[in-house]
Design a protein around this ligand. Structure first.
Ligand SMILES: NC(=O)c1ccc[n+]([C@@H]2O[C@H](COP(=O)([O-])OP(=O)(O)OC[C@H]3O[C@@H](n4cnc5c(N)ncnc54)[C@H](OP(=O)(O)O)[C@@H]3O)[C@@H](O)[C@H]2O)c1
Length: 256
């Protein structure tokens, strides 16, 4: 039987792959045969995650330190990965952050720039550098990670929502620019119980459980089915698409 989700012989680069949704995807890709490079700021966290995933999957998992909001560090990451491994078959722009602030007017220039840099500028730069090389090599898949905030931003996540709306647009634009060799798609999660959820006050969790049609937030491992679809031959004619994983939180297709 053909396993259309098989990633044997593939090499995946996942930003923010040391914890949360990124780690779930790193482990799932390795379980399906890929060697994986995980990249974020904290090398010690990455190295521990890499060792744990390698132990259970027997794949090669490599940790690389990179601040994805820093243009130079992102350029260096791409160069280093290509110098060491020669190719990337799957890129997942997963690293992201959504710092809290007290009011719209309390948003500083520093916070604004950091949120845009980490959530949008880094994915643009890394996709440009890896995507062009994928196209030249004849194939590849890029997966961007957006958020329901890109469709319906709350008052306390507006810079983040704006950056993630840029990710949705980046997905459409890259899918057209890098076709036909490279497929580019987007995962759009609603609330998932990763480290991010530690900061959620109990009343917010209670409100989400009441109002999300699925009546609960997502489990981190629930990201992997859609990620595997977009990374593998199972999704060979899927490009320029946004897949919402939000328990119907954002309603009809197109958001709102
Ligand atoms: N969980 C949710 O409810 C939810 C909902 C919608 C969208 N998302 C999106 O899903 C993605 C993953 O979220 P998560 O819930 O897994 O978050 P998480 O558990 O907080 O993990 C965030 C990851 O991003 C990395 N990261 C943060 N800032 C970075 C930087 N400047 N440079 C490089 N790496 C950085 C972190 O690693 P280091 O600390 O080592 O840098 C970590 O691996 C994000 O893009 C997030 O916006 C999450």
């Amino acid at each position: 039987m053909v396993d259309r989700f098989d990633l044997s012989g593939k090499r995946a680069l996942i930003t923010g792959g040391g914890r949360g949704l990124g780690r779930e995807m790193a482990q799932a890709f390795a379980e399906h045969g890929a060697d994986v490079i995980i990249a974020s700021r904290k090398l010690d966290v990455l190295e521990q995650a890499a060792a744990e995933i390698a132990e259970v999957t027997s794949r090669t998992i490599t940790a690389k330190a990179c601040h994805v909001g820093d243009w130079e560090q992102v350029s260096h990451l791409a160069d280093e990965v290509y110098a060491e491994f020669g190719r990337v078959d799957v890129l997942v722009n997963n690293a992201g952050m959504s710092p809290l602030y007290e009011s719209l007017s309390s948003v500083t220039e520093d916070l604004w720039r950091k949120v845009i840099d980490v959530n949008l500028t880094g994915p643009f730069r890394l996709s440009a550098l890896v995507g062009e090389r994928m196209k030249e090599a004849g194939g590849g898949a890029i997966i961007n990670v957006s958020s329901t905030a890109s469709l319906r931003p709350g008052e306390m996540e507006l810079p983040y929502g704006i950056a993630k709306a840029g990710i949705n647009n980046l997905t459409t634009g890259l899918a057209r620019s890098l076709a036909p060799e490279v497929r580019v798609n987007c995962l759009l999660p609603g609330p998932f119980a990763t480290d991010i959820s530690d900061a959620w006050p109990p009343e917010l969790v209670e409100w989400m459980e009441r109002t999300i049609p699925a009546r609960r937030v997502g489990r981190p491992d629930e990201i992997v089915g859609a990620a595997l679809l977009l990374a593998s031959d199972a999704g060979s004619y899927i490009s320029g698409t946004i897949i919402r994983l939000d328990g119907a939180m954002t309603g009809t297709v197109g958001g709102g």
